[in-house]
Design a protein around this ligand. Structure first.
Ligand code: ASP
Ligand code: MG
Length: 416
């Protein structure tokens, strides 16, 4: 017997039929003898609708009321699923964030979970074999008693936090894909599902735009050592053996991964723009003059490359920003031209960042060098490079995205 958290996203609870399907997944686990806490998202599209209503009602809305409105989507699915479970003979009770409670910080719209009372749920597992159906995405601020939300995609974080609070053996994330892939299968049809992936690798993939899980949920899983299993909700519930290993990807600690590959995944983001500032004076304070105003404008700078100047007087500096901030970044730099004192600004938004990820890189030299060679053979020019312990990223022309990703995917033997 195990204790499980089962989390279902918006597409998995999109209508009553799908909620019935979810109920059958839950029934399978309950029948197998497991204690189950279910975490649900709002029906797909619901949260967007609620957000739009808030904007329409008051463009500069009060964040406390925004949370009161947008948290309601999850209340509906939690109640409906509890009803459906009761209908098929499973003891179940719904819980809103304030009822448990899930105590959060005061940061409305992006609150952090501070504490969850799992004791009551555990008691009910023991005394009445009752399934807890918990509204994801929401909590309550202790001092004010106001409803809070955790930021878009936050029910993943609710699920992992609840798994930690009730010491669950596993947190199953049921979604519309059946796991985490070595890269986007739409670009590389031979992309494979990874049976296991380390927290750190998943964090890199998640923050690089593999939009399967909210980044914060993976961080939380890593801190509390929650084993997170990403799997599909669209398989027939009755076809799954509750004691077997269903298709999916386990996000876990590295010590659990026996056969470690050097490179485990390749991510890419087309939402990048590059700005190069030419002939910047090579003296103390210039980087501050450039990045200070960008920080003030709340623009996230990602890659930064600066040359060592040849003559000791001027140098070139290149950096990237999200494409959505491209124009703002450009005008911010142009406004600061007098303080920076550069000669020319070159900019491009048709660039892509390709990132190669794997914890095995820590102990293997020359992994990036292989990529440089393989891309050169395909005539792909690299505009900028950054590296970290378990990842390196290359900025290339957007037109070469597919070719570059495919080339690297087979280079590191991920096709096999
Ligand atoms: N319903 C919320 C959203 O759409 C939370 C979630 O689904 O994770 O962002
Ligand atoms: Mg989601």
């Amino acid at each position: 017997m195990a204790r499980l958290v089962m989390k279902f996203g918006g597409t998995s609870v999109a209508d009553i039929d799908r909620i019935r399907n979810v109920a059958r997944h839950v029934k399978r686990e309950v029948d197998a003898g497991h204690d189950v806490a279910v975490v649900v998202s709002a029906m797909s599209g619901k949260t967007n609708e609620l957000v739009a209503w808030c904007r329409d009602a008051a463009p500069l809305h009060d964040a406390r009321e925004y949370d009161a409105v947008v948290a309601s989507g999850e209340n509906i699915t939690a109640g409906l699923l509890a009803l459906t479970l009761e209908g098929i003979g499973i003891n179940a009770r719904s819980w809103q964030g304030w009822q448990l409670p899930i105590v959060t910080s005061n940061a409305h719209g992006s609150a952090r979970i501070l504490d969850i009372n799992g004791g009551e749920l555990i008691k009910r597992f023991k005394e009445r074999k009752e399934v807890a159906v918990i509204a994801g995405f929401q909590g309550v601020h202790k001092e004010t008693g106001r409803i809070t939300t955790l930021g878009r995609g936050g029910s993943d974080t609710s699920a992992v936090a609840i798994a930690a609070a009730i010491q669950a053996d596993r947190c199953d994330i049921y979604t519309d894909v059946d796991g985490i892939y070595t890269t986007d299968p739409r670009i590389v049809p031979r992309a494979r599902r990874m049976p296991k992936i380390a927290y750190e690798e998943m964090l890199e993939l998640a923050s690089l735009g593999a939009k399967v899980m909210q980044v914060r949920s993976v961080e939380l899983g890593m801190v509390h050592n929650v084993r997170i299993f990403v799997r599909s909700s669209f398989e027939k519930p009755e076809d799954i053996d509750p004691h077997g290993t269903p298709p999916g990807s386990l996000i876990c600690g590295e010590e659990e991964i026996v056969e470690q590959q050097v490179v485990t995944g390749i991510a890419f983001s087309k939402d990048e723009a590059q700005i190069s500032i030419r002939r910047v004076p090579d003296k103390p304070g210039v980087a501050a003059a450039i990045f200070g105003p960008l920080a003030e404008a709340n623009i996230n700078v990602d890659m930064i490359v600066q040359n060592v100047s040849e003559d000791g007087s001027t140098t070139d500096l290149t950096f990237t920003v999200p494409e959505t901030d491209f124009e703002r970044a450009r005008t911010t730099i142009e406004k600061a031209k007098a303080q920076i004192g550069y000669s020319r600004l070159d900019a491009a938004s048709d660039v892509t960042k390709v990132s190669v990820i794997g914890i095995g890189m820590r102990s293997h030299a020359g992994v990036a060098a292989q990529a440089f060679k393989a891309l050169a053979e395909k005539g792909i020019n690299i505009r900028a490079i950054t590296t970290s312990e378990i990842k390196f990223s290359l900025l290339i022309d957007e037109a070469y995205t597919e070719l570059a990703v495919r080339t690297l995917h087979s280079l590191y033997e991920l096709d096999k």
